[in-house]
Ligand binder design. Structure first.
Ligand SMILES: Cc1cc2nc3c(=O)[nH]c(=O)nc-3n(C[C@H](O)[C@H](O)[C@H](O)COP(=O)(O)OP(=O)(O)OC[C@H]3O[C@@H](n4cnc5c(N)ncnc54)[C@H](O)[C@@H]3O)c2cc1C
Length: 621
């Protein structure tokens, strides 16, 4: 994929427009073309002379692979006004689907698609980083990095943002984009059930682990008493309850003040992101391991929606972005971090001095087998044989650089396994509300609304470390799967289906009677709406509308909870608890928030909230 810098973009666009001189009937057109897993739909907007916007819609492309294509190809088509753009590496079929669907739209708009395929994409002169000075240097162009860069630029700083890979986004790009926050407006219609009340009471009944925990619990207790007195039948929530649940889910290992800083600022960050171009749907739900109905999502249920918006924003504000530029070490002068030594896109060593600060936003270390084996204190085997769903960039570089600069590390032993790694390449829903997990014996084995470490341990204990997620036609429709997409997923072997539970069982190769009994019992629990034998409390609807679908899953390495210790201002702390001047960090490179087990949907707000804070604080130096 061709690289471009902000300054070159506008000029390049106008050159392309002259070169192509095509006329379109202005408007918005939609078309689909075959991708890897089925049709990919795009919506393309034209003015009289140009393609002004390409949006990818309905599709069943593989999460974790599709994102680079969805990010890069539409942007390249609009930038170069060409259909002869490069495909994204590793996502050829998804890329070609977008290109072919856009070609269809070009034809619908009265343009000449063939001519657009012939428009040569000339790689512009690469803007390679050289020795320089800036106000703020941000290392890592994922969610935390973009958030920090936008925020620092908005606060008046000159910003350089570097990314070691050829494409931006990191894990944030490939993530589901689920963002947990208390949000009275978004949650106002969600009912409060007896089972959820029980869940609150249980956490409030736990013993205090510290004064800070006791204080937080007292606040939640007061809110809870007031809620009960109000007689409300709608969901109870608050930033403090979100904080208490986060701490509880992480076995009270997290730093209370950091967790409170996160949950107190999450809604503000959601609004800040909206103001900066990120779109959220109205639905508030419970992503797997989220434990409460407070997960917000983007239209494509993808972090690519977040990265695309923040990248456009950053470039518009003059942030200088350099791809294939890897930070190697921090420069320390008299105890202060004053810059970094990097390898630029030509492989040359360069020095960037940053007068206001360096923000480390390099993500976690799930893709670094050696490092995860070294630090793992949680799982019996987390070596080569365990896959990861992370970006290849998640190699813990920021932790290594931070250590060398004297930073303290916290929680390094806690590594999250994602229970739901698709074995056959796809599935329907990562949402808890209406899904049922069953094993090869056709039996449930865990409460599907449990913590992720409990789900992963449960899954690892099943035959072949494998389990299925079952959902019905209603849930499939709710998650936007059309019949066409479902049909493709089944024919491609990504999903099993049956008009009855017995047929589905046969298709999955599990005992039909056992699965029928399991589903019947599940539906009884939904109707009763209380805690069931596994301890599940979150129920939405029965599984009773055929056809039924199931996909197979097994755990993989997903998130590293440990990293650089920071304070609420995102300043990095040394081993004595002192601030290392000029050094900030945000996102998965940091530790101390999620404890032993990260709540699903808490990492995106973590990266974006603390990225925003880091940018503002560094700019204010
Ligand atoms: C498949 C998947 C789905 C997920 N879904 C969700 C979800 O829905 N909700 C949720 O809350 N969490 C989710 N998570 C977790 C969440 O996405 C991440 O924790 C979060 O996005 C991390 O953001 P970050 O900015 O810290 O790191 P990243 O987004 O990973 O960005 C770090 C960037 O730094 C770059 N980098 C690394 N080293 C260097 C270096 N030396 N020099 C320059 N650049 C460097 C990397 O290449 C990368 O681009 C998911 C994770 C995965 C893998």
């Amino acid at each position: 994929m061709k690289k471009f810098a902000a300054a070159a973009l506008a000029a390049l666009l106008s050159v392309c427009l002259f070169a192509t001189a095509l006329a379109y009937t202005p408007g918005t057109y939609t078309a689909s073309a075959q991708g890897n897993n089925g049709p990919v739909t795009v919506t393309v907007t034209f003015d009289e002379n140009a393609i002004t916007d390409v949006k990818v819609g309905q599709n069943a492309e593989t999460v974790g692979i599709r994102e680079t294509a969805f990010e890069q190809v539409p942007m390249a088509i609009v930038t170069y006004q060409s259909l002869g753009v490069d495909v994204a590496s590793g996502a050829t079929n998804s890329s070609n689907a977008i290109i072919n669907a856009v070609a269809d739209c070009v034809a619908q708009a009265g343009g000449d698609a063939e001519a657009l395929f012939a428009v040569e994409v000339v790689a512009e002169e690469e803007v390679v980083l050289t020795d320089c000075e800036t106000d703020v240097l941000v290392i890592g162009a994922g969610g935390a990095g973009f958030s920090a860069a936008v925020s620092a630029a908005q606060n008046g700083a000159k910003v350089i943002l570097v990314e070691k890979l050829a494409a931006v986004g990191g894990n944030t790009l490939r993530c589901g984009g689920a963002f947990n926050t208390y949000n009275p407006e978004g949650q106002k219609d969600i009912p409060m059930t007896a089972a959820l009340k029980e869940a609150v009471e249980e956490v409030l009944a736990k013993e205090n682990t510290s004064d800070a925990h006791a204080e937080l619990k007292a606040e939640v207790q007061a809110q809870w008493d007031a809620y009960l007195a109000s007689g409300s039948d709608k969901l109870f929530d608050s930033p403090e309850w979100h904080a208490l649940q986060t701490l509880d889910a992480g076995d009270y290992i997290g730093d209370v003040k950091m967790v409170r800083a996160l949950t107190a600022d999450a809604l503000n960050t959601l609004h800040w992101l909206t103001d900066n171009g990120v779109v959220w749907t109205d639905e508030v739900s419970t992503v797997v391991g989220a434990l409460w109905n407070r997960s917000h999502q983007t239209p494509n249920v993808s972090g690519a929606d977040i990265i695309t918006a923040l990248q456009a924003n950053a470039l518009a504000q003059g942030v200088e972005l350099h791809l294939e530029t890897k930070a190697e070490e921090l420069i320390m002068e008299e105890g202060r971090v004053t810059g970094a030594i990097l390898t630029n896109a030509k492989g040359e060593k360069v020095t960037v001095k940053a007068s206001k600060g360096v923000i480390m936003a390099t993500g976690g270390f799930s893709a670094n087998v050696e490092m995860r084996v070294k630090y793992n204190g949680q799982w019996s085997d987390i070596g080569e044989t365990m896959k990861t769903n992370n970006s290849e960039g998640a190699t813990g570089d920021g932790i290594t650089m931070g250590l060398a600069a004297g930073a303290n590390l916290v929680g390094m032993e806690w590594i999250q396994l994602m229970p739901l790694n698709p074995v056959s390449g796809g599935g329907i829903s990562g949402y808890v509300n209406s899904s049922l997990y069953f094993n090869k014996e056709g039996e449930r084995f865990v409460a599907e609304d449990e913590r992720r470490d409990v789900l992963a341990a449960g899954a690892l204990a099943q035959t072949d470390k494998l389990f299925f997620i079952l959902c019905d036609a209603e849930e499939a429709a709710l998650r936007g799967r059309t019949e066409q997409v479902l049909g493709y997923m089944v024919s491609a072997g990504m999903m099993y289906t049956g008009n009855t539970i017995a047929e589905l069982a046969q298709s999955c190769g599990v005992p039909a009677e056992a699965l029928e009994a399991t589903v019947a019992k599940f539906n009884e629990a939904v109707a009763a709406d209380t805690k069931d034998e596994f301890g599940r409390t979150t129920w939405e609807s029965a599984i009773d509308v055929g056809p039924f679908y199931a996909s197979s899953f097994s755990p993989c390495v997903h998130h590293t909870m440990g990293g650089l210790q920071i304070n609420e201002k995102t300043e990095v702390l040394d081993v004595n608890g002192n601030v290392i001047p000029g050094f900030y960090a945000a996102g998965e490179v940091t530790g101390g928030i999620h404890g032993t087990n990260r709540v699903g949907g808490n990492a995106v707000p973590d990266a974006l909230c603390f990225g925003k804070i880091a940018g503002a604080n560094a700019a204010a130096n």
